[in-house]
Design a protein around this ligand. Structure first.
Ligand code: MN
Length: 436
């Protein structure tokens, strides 16, 4: 549903929002922030400012469902995410009206704004559960080829969205330090493992999917209703220790290779803000199997994809010391997801699992069919055998201490103002001390 909040001609009285690459008035993402020295509270990014939702909730300028939605935003947004999408939409529409250029309430609303540079950002919700999917088919093919040249995709891949249950406690917002994990490593030419810091530390370029609403245990979400459970998106870096992963992943999947940290961008880019950027789901090849009915919905196939440009920037310690800018090492697109977010919701709940407001999915690493937009070093360097050559003369097989990885995301569509995701940055700082 496109409405006045998406109007490309709409400007804000917050001057920095107009032309802002991430947070023009057409975006209005929700997050949790602390103004200097104060307690966390709900906020909305607008240009280089953050609007305090606790101030908005206490004001008579909001009414109806929008007022209820703002009042539901405490120090975590789970209660906002529990509300039906209509409440989020009402809050978005009333905030957009209050922030518009020429707003008669500009003076009042200005008092609700804090400079983003002075605010600390927190995870937007208490994440009860985190599930990481594997829906980027070119990533699955690239990784599969390294391990099984004759059968890169396992037989189940095109029949259901594959995932593992991840670790919620170690999810942090952009800027959190990346401690190089230690664990068991076993080189192919060794008979026994040793213990020490990962020597094959990698990133994974993913989208995060924020879950809204709740289904009771034992009540699957039908595919036609599953889209309503997608409250919004963020960027997600599923940091991965490939040497630990190779040794531990069979038979039950990733463990220490993934549970040391997941970095997300701090803002929930709402499903409402993303409506102009919906596209058809990735087309299936004629030879691909037709998914079972519980995963198939014509509306979802027509609009279940996202037109989001994705990127990865790398800046090494040496580049920082030489005052060189980050180098873009990947230029990708979210259109290469084989499964839609609604299909993930439908499959996740098909056996009766309850999804709760504030649960988080990772889509899986998103890679392009060519080498321009690969979503991990594992793919870019062919498992470390073909190192990246960086502009300053350095090379990288996997990440070294001091390396800074930034994920970028931007939704774009003809005739609309593009919106961005904000930062998703992590720097490999130190090795954790291991015991051997
Ligand atoms: Mn992943």
């Amino acid at each position: 549903m496109i409405d006045e909040t998406h109007d490309p001609a709409r400007l804000s009285f917050v001057a920095s929002a107009n032309g802002h690459p991430d947070f023009p008035i057409q975006n209005l993402p929700f997050g949790v922030f602390s103004p200097a020295g104060a307690a966390p509270r709900g906020g909305v990014a607008i240009g280089d400012q953050v609007l305090d939702l606790s101030e908005a909730a206490a004001s008579p300028l909001l009414s109806g469902d929008a007022q209820l939605a703002a009042a539901a935003c405490g120090g975590q947004l789970n209660d906002l995410l529990a509300l039906p999408p209509q409440a989020r939409r009402d809050l978005r529409r009333q905030l957009s009206t209050l922030l518009v250029k020429g707003s008669e309430h500009a003076q009042t609303v200005s008092a609700w704004l804090h400079p983003a540079a002075l605010c600390e950002l927190h995870p937007p919700a208490r994440i009860g559960d985190y599930t990481d999917f594997y829906a980027g088919i070119h990533h699955a093919l690239n990784v599969g080829r390294q391990f099984r040249p004759d059968q890169p995709l396992l037989p189940n891949y095109k029949h259901m969205p594959i995932a593992y249950h991840g670790r919620a406690s170690s999810i942090r917002v952009s800027g959190a330090p990346v401690f190089r994990p230690s664990g068991q490593r076993k080189a192919p030419d060794r008979d026994t493992p040793d213990f020490g810091p990962s020597e094959r530390l990698d990133f994974e370029l993913e989208l995060g999917v924020w879950i809204g609403g709740e289904n009771a245990l034992g009540s699957p979400v039908p595919i036609a209703e599953a889209g309503r459970r997608v409250a919004g998106l963020c960027l997600l870096n599923d940091w991965s220790a490939r040497d630990l992963q190779t040794w531990e992943y069979q038979p039950l999947g990733p463990f220490l290779a993934k549970n040391f940290l997941t970095t997300i961008s701090p803002w929930i880019i709402t499903a409402e803000a993303l409506e102009p950027f919906r596209i058809a789901a990735q087309a299936r090849a004629p030879s691909d199997p037709q998914p079972l009915p519980y995963l198939w919905d014509a509306q979802d196939q027509a609009h279940g994809g996202f037109s989001i440009i994705l990127g990865v920037l790398l800046r090494t310690q040496g580049m920082r010391e030489r005052a060189e800018p980050p180098v873009k090492i990947s230029h990708g697109s979210a259109r290469h997801l084989y499964w839609t977010a609604a299909q993930m919701v439908a499959h996740h709940t098909a056996g009766g699992c309850d999804l709760r407001p504030g649960d988080l999915f990772g889509t899986g690493t998103v890679s392009t069919p060519d080498d321009e937009g690969l979503g991990s070093l594992l793919e870019m360097t062919r498992g470390g055998r073909a190192p990246l050559h960086l502009p300053g003369g350095e090379t990288r097989g996997f990440l070294e201490d001091g390396d800074e990885v930034s994920l970028t995301g931007r939704a774009e569509a003809e005739g609309f103002v593009g919106i961005g995701f904000g930062p998703c940055v992590g720097t490999v700082r130190i090795s954790t001390l291991g015991v051997s």
